[in-house]
Each structure stands twice: as structure tokens, then as C-alpha cells.
Design a protein around this ligand. Structure first.
Ligand code: AMP
Length: 113
């Protein structure tokens, strides 16, 4: 999508630290990390948020989670990690391109803030 910052990262039109990519998915380090390891995993396809998913996106969404598994393995996050989709205004979603936060390397509290 024309003005989407995450589409531009996926297309390498703006720089990022990519840690994983394949035909469907790109994962890169968050610019403002909230944990020692903080990775954003996105579909190459522009999907603004969960409400705009269609059933044909189900495999793609599974690919985000499987990419998280691979990256967590690579980063040796053996003590666990947190996966988060912020979705919509109340969640604090800032970027309107679906992204899975993978955060690890510290303990997290529950319930999330
Ligand atoms: P969210 O609040 O779930 O929409 O998260 C958006 C995330 O994108 C935030 O954690 C930002 O720090 C991160 N972010 C915004 N711009 C960039 C960028 N150019 N490169 C990497 N991370 C970014």
C-alpha cells in the first residue's frame, strides 16, 4: 500500500534490521525495543488489522506464528517469550499493517498493561 511504512520495510525502500524473510513474511527488529529481543513479524501482503482479514488469510497468519517459532529458536529464547497483536485504538496499535510482536529476553507481567 502506497504510504505504509511496513510495506516500505518489506520492499526494502526504507532500512530496517531484517532477521528473517521468505516469500510471505518479513521480520525485523523494532526501532524502539521494549525487551532485549523485540522483533516485528509482518505479512508482505498489506492487511491493516485483524478485522480486515478474510478466510483466505488463515494460512498466512499461521506463517507469522511459525516465523516467530523459527526466530525464537534462532535467538535461543529458551525461557519463553511473548507474542502480541495490538489491534485497534484501545490496544495502542500505531501501524496499520498487521504485525506480530515477538518479545523475549526478560520476564513479562500478566495481565499485560
Ligand atoms: P503497534 O503499537 O503494535 O502498532 O507497534 C508498532 C511498532 O512499530 C512499535 O513498537 C514501533 O516501535 C515500531 N516501529 C515503527 N516504525 C518502525 C520502523 N521504521 N522500524 C522498526 N520498527 C518500527
Amino acid at each position: 500500500m502506497g504510504n505504509c511504512i511496513f510495506c516500505k520495510i518489506a520492499a526494502k525502500e526504507i532500512p530496517s534490521t531484517i532477521v528473517y524473510e521468505d516469500e510471505h513474511v518479513v521480520a525485523f527488529r523494532d526501532l524502539n525495543p521494549q525487551a532485549p529481543e523485540h522483533i516485528l513479524i509482518i505479512p508482505r501482503k498489506h492487511i491493516a488489522r485483524i478485522e480486515t482479514l478474510t478466510e483466505s488469510d488463515t494460512e498466512l497468519m499461521g506463517r507469522l506464528v511459525f516465523a516467530a517459532k523459527r526466530i525464537a529458536d534462532d535467538l535461543k529464547l529458551k525461557n519463553g517469550y511473548r507474542l502480541i497483536f495490538n489491534n485497534g485504538a484501545d490496544s495502542g496499535q500505531e501501524v496499520e499493517h498487521i504485525h506480530l510482536h515477538l518479545m523475549g529476553g526478560r520476564k513479562f507481567s500478566w495481565p499485560a498493561g
